[in-house]
Design a protein around this ligand. Structure first.
Ligand code: THU
Length: 136
């Protein structure tokens, strides 16, 4: 499977954009702000932040906010080539299981940039979500 290569500059650009998006987070319950930036194969970038709710389970993670925004702007044929995620606690934070499934839906070859146990890390979505489910 072809791994997409991202330059250092592109990775930094995505992480910087994710950080800016993080400042918009609505996280009054967890106080854990998360930001995400996704890049499409057409070269467009979309941002997202976590949006919590008093009914906790309705919370939308930053990664899904960014991907849904991309779909809302560009339509259903988008393909996500990269996802960056950052948080305001500076702690390890890879996409949750639900977000991995959503990333896989729109980016089965996506590269994910996140803070791992030993600092900045990058992984192919299939490393994070082996045997992902798709209908097509
Ligand atoms: N969160 C994200 O937005 N993305 C992640 O990758 C992990 C968790 C959010 C959900 C919730 O608002 C807060 O972080 C604490 O779980």
């Amino acid at each position: 499977m072809a791994k997409r290569e991202f330059s250092d500059r592109q990775r930094k650009q995505l992480l910087r954009a994710a950080k800016a998006a993080m400042k918009k987070a609505y996280a009054p319950y967890s106080k854990f702000r998360v930001g995400s930036a996704v890049m499409t194969t057409s070269g467009k970038m979309f941002l997202g932040c976590n949006v919590e709710n008093a009914s906790y389970g309705m919370t939308n993670c930053a990664e899904r906010t960014a991907i849904f925004s991309a779909v809302a702007q560009l339509g259903p044929k988008i393909e996500v080539s990269a996802v960056a995620v950052v948080n305001d606690h500076g702690v390890p934070c890879s996409p949750c299981g639900a977000c991995r499934q959503v990333i896989y839906e729109f980016g089965p070859e996506a590269v994910v940039f996140f803070q791992g146990a030993n600092g900045d890390q990058q992984a192919h979505i299939t490393e994070l979500l082996p045997a992902g489910f798709r209908l097509k």
